[in-house]
Design a protein around this ligand. Structure first.
Ligand code: GDP
Ligand code: MN
Length: 411
């Protein structure tokens, strides 16, 4: 028997549910709590940390592509800028022998969708003459509770397969966040991937640069794949991928501007405008909750009773009528929603104010989606009275509210 939830204190923002719920478009490589950077953005950051990258520019038209290729001279590579991996295999990375070919390829690539994502920009890079492709990346190893640097001599487009089939070909070195990447660790990695000695010095500088880029930007992934050895014996980061932690973006206004709104859920952009923490999910029960912890609890309890949440939504503390109305509009814009569960703890947020917010939003929006409210805490009685006067469904406990919502949603 599930008891009602006791909230000890109003939760602040910033608690992030990870991996508990199914995310929409997961296959497209989007992760709700992370901000992916485009290749060209990642490589710009790499360059700041002394990692050699090819000369290149981003084009949004075929004319620009042609012009930039002409400026670079020689062979170029035309690269789709979309936030998914495997662009090469999908035909989104093409070599051009002349500026006009670069222009033509840009036209073709910008007409493509790669794993469902439209290509709006292409990077025109000086083509590298590749002798060997290496993998070098850093991410957090949650089990070890430390960042881990990984490298393999079998880099390039098949690294996932290498990781799956012959994991021994990948060298892993844990990095103490306080000490940073040590000289001997960079050497261990270079030796581990059988990198010829002549490249060790350059590799050391790249590995340390990547480590610094990773920590300075609060990244959760920084990856060079491939890091190539060119035929004239230089090391160059030909591809780049960085994923930043959303929660740390407030410390990086410059990086935060790099966000590509084109690829985000419009409802999430809208929510950010109103200061709401909103994450769209696959289910059909809309949730409007104050407090991140309570929002997670609400989702868990919906699941417990056999339902699927349509979203995570934290309206925050002290949410006023305007904010509640915005939240409701956002939830209702999701056509999958069959029922809405309001779970409000009146602490700073007053129950009567939330109730008025719900009603004022309903004045604006025509909907026949059933709504169930569970309201406790400050001014809960007034709030419930206001809602039941307006013929809304109310519930005594969270368990009761969730059961009602699931019953309606699954009907
Ligand atoms: P991804 O497929 O999304 O990982 O895109 P990459 O930028 O990694 O490119 C895929 C593959 O294209 C690389 O592994 C290389 O084999 C090849 N490639 C990319 N850039 C160049 C280049 O400048 N010259 C040559 N010869 N090949 C390249
Ligand atoms: Mn790559």
């Amino acid at each position: 028997m599930v008891k009602d939830v006791i909230i000890i204190e109003e939760s602040a923002h910033g608690i992030i549910p990870r991996g508990t719920w199914k995310y929409k478009n997961k296959d497209e490589g989007r992760n709700k709590f992370l901000m992916k950077l485009h290749e060209y953005q990642s490589k710009q950051i790499f360059a700041k940390y002394g990692i050699p990258i090819p000369k290149g520019r981003v084009a949004v038209t075929s004319g620009e592509a042609k012009q930039f290729a002409a400026e670079l001279g020689g062979r170029t590579v035309v690269k789709a800028q979309v936030l998914v991996g495997g662009r090469g295999k999908a035909g989104g990375i093409r070599l051009a022998k002349s500026p006009s070919e670069a222009g033509d390829l840009a036209t073709q690539i910008m007409a493509m969708k790669i794993k469902g994502l439209p290509v709006r920009k292409v990077l025109i890079d000086e083509a590298a003459n590749i002798d060997k492709e290496i993998y070098l990346g850093i991410t957090n190893d949650r089990t070890a509770k430390k960042p881990v640097m990984m490298s393999s001599s079998a880099g390039g487009i098949d690294i996932e397969e290498v990781a799956a089939v012959s994991p021994d070909k990948i060298i892993r070195v844990h990095v103490d966040p306080l000490l940073g990447l040590r000289d001997y660790q960079a050497r261990d990695i270079a030796a581990g991937i059988d990198l010829p000695r002549e490249h060790w010095r350059a590799f050391d500088s790249i590995a340390k640069g990547l480590w610094k880029a990773y920590t300075d930007t609060d990244a959760s992934l920084a990856e060079i794949n491939p890091l190539v050895i060119t035929t004239d014996n230089r090391l160059i980061a030909v591809d780049g991928k960085m994923v930043l932690d959303d929660n740390a973006l407030f410390r990086h206004p410059d990086l935060s501007e790099m966000r590509d709104l084109d690829v985000e859920e419009t409802s999430e952009i809208e929510a950010r405008k109103y200061g709401l923490s909103f994450i769209k999910l696959d289910g059909n029960i809309g949730c409007m909750v104050n407090g991140a912890g309570l929002a997670m609890t609400t989702m868990d309890i919906i699941k417990h009773f056999g339902g699927e949440p349509a979203n995570f939504l934290d309206i925050g503390g002290g949410a006023n009528a305007e904010k509640v109305a915005a939240a409701l509009r956002i939830i209702l814009s999701d056509k999958n929603v069959d029922a809405i569960l309001f779970n409000v703890f009146g602490g700073i947020t007053r129950g009567d104010e939330v109730a008025r917010g719900i009603l004022s939003a309903l004045n604006e929006i025509q909907t026949d989606i059933p709504m169930i409210t569970r309201l406790v805490g400050t001014n809960a009685e007034q709030g419930l009275q206001i809602l039941s006067d307006a013929n809304m469904i109310t519930a005594e406990t969270l368990a009761d509210a969730a059961k009602q919502a699931v019953k309606i949603a699954n009907a």
